[in-house]
Design a protein around this ligand. Structure first.
Ligand code: SAJ
Length: 428
């Protein structure tokens, strides 16, 4: 596309990389965010997100992204406006579209003829047609006549070095033919990957929630297997390893303390709620969510049974909780199973030592040693590389650790057991 102006609404882990990519592709780029600190950091070439490649990109593109909290400045000058705001769930596990609706109201105030508005946030089928479009048409402009609407669900895997924004294939759907074409042209001008144009915007909206729900149900499958194989005396990891030798028709997932992050543990509820609005109960998806959410309690039960072996309880023991982040080597605690475990431990009268090297501000001790010294039971909730390398059988023995609940099945079970330390994994 000729040198055009793009406005990115929301400079988070989706919007900021997109703003950098558009700047690298010589678009004039405005980045709008409600957070003054994010705007300030971006304009001074600093990424507010710790991702190494993003830090490098934002620094290199200093001055090429005009970050602002002024919606008018960002939107009124743009040919293309891309919405990358969070779409979380509320305390009742219902979709919370308030950030999206608020972004759309800001756009409506400055919408002008010929603009293309693209939603990248994860939404449920029908959101653009039934929620976004009416808000934008309050401007008096008509969709697919005066302005265009499309949905291109974001795909990003935080920390993945192989699949980066410009190389990940995408799907695209529009409300009308012309807008879809303009959106396809926009994405072809910034991405190097294949773009699949779907027949409707609803199909595009469904793709993202289906991708992530696929992960959630498959993780629930292995989590339930882990519980049943505990009873059968079968090591679920070995079974998964065996099944993985099948070169087709099988895809390994691994049991753990539950599903965290702001995608996989959230997106199924978008599908569940939308279907419920149309009279369909997603029993299977709800059961998968229930199974994954039960794993934190399973971990705490394992700790209680390990302590029972030495007539101890959670209340009168030295407990260490290692890891707060929702997955390895990140500093993100959103929907983290570790927080669920912590809340259960506290509700049972335990006051655990807490240590996460990526989240020191929430740790209550300064090192792994300080956390595990003379622990009656350590619970490893996040498989940070620091833990995997430090927590050898020798180390655990020398620090007087009595029991290990390895909720990520990432430590050396046989070596730890050989030292006379109680070890329990998840189905392992
Ligand atoms: N988990 C398991 N067992 C598994 C895989 C994951 O318990 O076999 C847990 C993780 O520990 C974590 C949660 O599930 O708590 C989510 O894990 P994830 O690997 O899906 O990580 P996310 O949420 O950071 O990233 C995902 C993307 N991940 C991958 O493709 C590997 C992808 O699903 C989405 O593109 C992305 O969220 C998104 O933004 O939607």
């Amino acid at each position: 596309m000729a040198k055009q102006t793009v406005a990115i609404i929301g400079l988070g882990y989706v919007g900021l990389p997109l703003a950098c990519l558009c700047a690298r592709r010589n678009f004039k780029v405005y980045g709008f965010d409600i957070d003054e600190a994010i705007v300030k950091a971006t304009n001074s070439g600093k990424s507010h997100i710790a991702d190494a490649s993003l830090v490098k990109n934002v620094k290199a593109l200093k001055g090429k992204i005009i970050a602002t909290t002024d919606a008018q400045k960002a939107i009124s000058n743009a040919d293309v406006v891309v919405v990358c705001v969070p779409t979380p769930i509320d305390e009742n596990k219902l979709p919370d579209l308030k950030p999206l609706e608020s972004a759309c109201r800001s756009i409506a105030q400055h919408l002008h003829k010929g603009q293309l508005i693209i939603i990248e946030s994860t939404i449920y089928p029908g959101t653009v047609r039934e929620i976004v479009k009416p808000i934008l048409e309050k401007s008096g402009l008509i969709s697919e006549k005066d302005f265009y609407l499309a949905h291109c669900p974001e795909r990003i895997d935080p920390g993945n070095k192989k699949w980066v924004l410009e190389s990940i294939p995408r799907v695209l759907g529009g409300l009308g033919g012309k807008g879809t074409k303009i959106a396809e042209k926009f994405y072809n001008s910034i991405l190097k990957s294949e773009i699949l144009v779907l027949s409707s915007i609803e199909c595009a909206e469904a793709v993202k929630v289906v991708e992530n729900t696929f992960r959630d149900v498959n993780i629930a499958f292995v989590n339930e297997l882990a519980k049943s194989f505990d009873r059968l005396g079968i090591d679920v990891l070995e079974v998964i390893k065996g099944a993985s030798t099948k070169p087709f028709g099988y895809m390994p997932f691994y049991p753990g303390p539950g599903v965290g992050g702001h995608c996989i543990s959230v997106d199924p509820y978008y599908l569940i709620e939308r279907a419920k609005q149309k009279g369909f109960e997603h029993e299977f998806l709800m059961l998968a969510r229930k199974i994954n959410d039960s794993m934190a309690g399973h971990v705490v039960l394992l700790a209680e049974s390990a302590l029972q072996k030495s007539d101890k309880t959670l209340q009168n023991s030295n407990i260490a909780l290692l890891g707060l982040a929702y997955k390895a080597n990140v500093d993100d605690m959103r929907e983290s199973p570790a927080l669920h475990i912590l809340q259960l431990l506290k509700s049972k009268g335990a006051s655990p030592k807490i240590f996460d090297p990526h989240i020191m501000e929430k740790s209550n001790c300064a090192s792994i040693d300080a956390a595990i010294k003379n622990a009656d039971c350590i619970i490893l909730a996040t498989h940070h590389k620091e833990f995997v390398s430090a927590l050898t059988a020798q180390k655990l023995k020398s620090m007087g650790v009595k029991a290990v609940i390895d909720a990520r099945n990432c430590l050396d079970k046989s070596a730890i057991t050989a030292k006379g330390i109680i070890y329990k994994g998840i189905g392992h």
